[in-house]
Design a protein. Structure first.
Lengths: 308, 362
């Protein structure tokens, strides 16, 4: 196995993992604020078509990325308005958001089926990007890959080290207490939900701009649900979600490689591995009741009303 | 864990609410014949369901006011399918096309309840008085692309993105292997199963994986054009699936095997209109026009085009058969000896790889 081959395999793993990183890290902030948004899949797919439509129409990758984030954000706003202001059930609203997003994106994307886009430009630093091995891996990615790494670091820092991060966690752990010391529970949650939407939108944008630069209906193919599982897998820690996403992407690609090499392992078992890993982690973290409670935000999924 | 059981239950409920898309057929003065279609993918998949929808449009074009067509897309194979099929039958459809293998049992059960409705099930093998089956001999097209691939490959590795290990897919892989090795005995076929008919991301990853492992020709038995795009960006060749996918890889797309359901759909609709419809089985290929080749890329040398066209014409006049012996299975045992042709029964139930395929059947 040569270095070149390993580099190529790692590059494929990065592209497979990046959409999951965005969506999972966004959802961590949402859930840390005590909101369960099951609409990741819907926000991702709308982000994918939003970004792709702008990419094809304007040809500008930067505008396309912004459009992807904004599309996810708009969908998240609908969710936030319904669950935070009208106090609708978060589980049902989130599911509805996914179904709505898939249908709505198909409608929006009607005129974009069969169009192509050249893909996101890759960073190219003379000298650095050409170093064999680490050059293409570290210095030859597109902007979204770097942004996904930055978001994992940024969210870890924000939640753990900043005053507003503490406010987000307080709102998620005990909204009554947070309210009583003067935090606006609803507005903090709305901000978290919008952030989650923008991140899911970026994940979708990565799919339609970089992973497979095209638009086809339902192209997220369940990645939003994997991201949701990753949040639990990572026990609500951003850096763990980052590695979880790479583990997921890695197992997916390794099983494809194993098949290509004719390794005599049933491909169904290999396809099952990422999901099996999630279940194992779920069992492990919920084995100890106190630890499970420490990890999961205590007010997750509960509506808040100031009068209550 | 409560949230996950809740999530699972709600997801099931959500899936059960399959979206219904009604197409606006022309309104007729008299009672038009209502023709229903059930698709497994979105009509925008640019592959399988797209081509079935082209067949539906051909019916509308041919019969105008005399027919009214309806389609339901993205119907999961299984219990939902039966509900959708029955609903089409209840709402007065006289002819219903169910266009995926997994609709076989749902179609038969619905047909039992609605004996006056004519059902047409694609790629299945179970029939009844009011359920006819039809499929296309895609392997004839696979033979032609196998010849082209055998001639065009430099690394002697063909990468094959596969969906599910059913005879239909295995037959295609074998047809490619036999044809490619007949012009280039060093060719090996790598197969990667993605366990989906339609997952652009996974299809792209599978294509990348095989290119990393040395494949310089990518073929697919999945429905999205994503593998073609990967081939284009990595500078290797690709073969399109189900419809002409050259827009996704102008340089890399050598040709595509096109499913052309229109003549069959028009003929069966006419049969219902004039009362001559009968159940039966149709397995058409190049000869009946059900399988066609997309235009060859200009990068294909003239002698290779000539080879491909000779094979295609040979299949039409019967002088060439993609599964003519001798060929061996993976263990080297002769399956069909020289001078014989694999019978349709063997083709329909094909569950082994021929020599030259590197993987094992999952």
């Amino acid at each position: 196995m040569t270095v070149d081959f390993l580099v190529l395999a790692l590059l494929t793993i990065i592209t497979a993992s990046t959409p999951l990183v965005f969506a999972a890290i966004g959802e961590i902030v949402v859930e840390k604020a005590g909101v369960l948004n099951l609409g990741i899949e819907g926000m991702m797919i709308v982000g994918a078509i939003g970004a792709f439509a702008v990419a094809v129409t304007t040809g500008d990758p930067t505008l396309a990325i912004i459009a992807g984030a904004l599309s996810g954000l708009v969908l998240a706003f609908i969710f936030g308005f319904l669950t935070l202001f009208l106090l609708s059930n978060q589980v049902a609203t989130g599911l509805a958001l996914t179904i709505f997003g898939i249908g709505f994106s198909a409608l929006l994307g009607h005129g974009f089926v069969g169009k192509t886009f050249s893909g996101l430009p890759k960073l190219n630093i003379a000298g650095l990007s050409d170093i064999p091995g680490i050059g293409p891996l570290l210095f030859g990615q597109d902007a979204l890959v770097y942004l996904s790494v930055a978001s994992a670091i940024g969210v870890t820092w924000f939640l753990g080290r900043t005053r507003w991060g503490l406010a987000v966690r307080a709102v998620g752990e005990n909204h009554d207490a947070a309210h009583s010391i003067g935090f606006s529970v609803t507005l903090i949650r709305l901000a978290a939900v919008l952030f989650g939407g923008a991140m899911a939108g970026l994940g979708g944008a990565y799919l339609s701009l970089a992973h497979t630069p095209l638009w086809v209906e339902n192209m997220t193919a369940g990645r939003g649900w994997i991201a949701l599982a990753l949040v639990v897998f990572a026990s609500w820690k951003a850096w763990r979600a980052f590695f979880g996403a790479y583990l997921f992407g890695g197992i997916t690609i390794i099983q494809l490689h194993a098949q290509g090499f004719g390794v005599d392992v049933p491909s169904q078992i290999l396809s099952m591995l990422p999901y099996l890993a999630t279940i194992v982690v779920l069992v492990l973290i919920s084995r100890d009741d106190t630890r499970a409670r420490l990890n999961a935000p205590a007010c997750l999924g509960k509506s808040f009303h100031a009068s209550g | 864990m409560k949230r996950f059981s809740k999530l699972a239950a709600l997801t099931v409920a959500a899936l059960a609410t399959a979206t219904m898309a009604m197409s606006g057929g022309a309104q007729a003065q008299s009672d038009p014949l209502k023709v229903g279609f059930v698709y497994v993918g979105p009509i925008g998949d640019h592959g399988w369901s797209y081509e079935h929808n082209q067949g539906r449009l051909a019916i509308e074009k041919e019969f105008g006011d005399k027919v009214k067509t309806t389609f339901v897309e993205k119907v999961p194979e299984g219990a939902d399918a039966q509900r959708v099929i029955s609903q089409l039958a209840t709402s007065g459809h006289d002819l219903i096309f169910t266009t995926s293998f997994g609709y076989m049992n749902p179609t038969l059960r619905a047909a039992k309840k609605f004996p006056k409705v004519a059902f047409e099930h694609a790629t299945g093998f179970k029939r009844s008085d009011n359920v006819a089956t039809y499929s296309a001999r895609f392997y004839e097209g696979r033979h032609v692309v196998g010849l082209i691939a055998g001639k065009m490959t430099k690394t002697n590795i063909i990468g094959y993105v596969a969906s599910f290990p059913i005879p239909e897919v295995i037959r295609g892989i074998n047809a490619v292997a036999i044809a490619a090795r007949s012009v280039n005995p060093d060719v090996r076929i790598k197969v990667v199963w993605v366990s989906s008919w339609f997952d652009p991301g996974k299809e792209a990853d599978a294509a990348k994986t095989m290119i990393d492992q040395g494949a310089d020709i990518i073929m697919q038995h999945t429905d999205s054009p994503a593998p073609i795009q990967v081939a284009e960006s990595r500078g290797v060749w690709a073969i399109g699936q189900a419809s002409n996918m050259s827009a996704f890889g102008p340089k890399s797309h050598l040709t595509a095997i096109i499913d052309n359901w229109s003549p069959y759909y028009v003929a069966r609709t006419r049969a219902v209109l004039d009362g001559s419809w009968k159940s039966g089985d149709t397995w058409g290929g190049f000869k009946s026009g059900m399988v066609q080749m997309a235009p060859y890329n200009s990068a294909v040398p003239a002698d290779v085009v000539a080879l491909a066209e000779t094979a295609r014409k040979g299949i039409i006049d019967g002088s060439v058969h993609p599964f003519a012996g001798p060929f061996k299975d993976q263990s080297g045992k002769i399956v069909v000896p020289a001078g014989e042709i694999a019978p349709d029964g063997m083709l329909l139930g094909m569950d082994f790889y021929v020599e030259g395929v590197d993987s094992k059947i999952p």
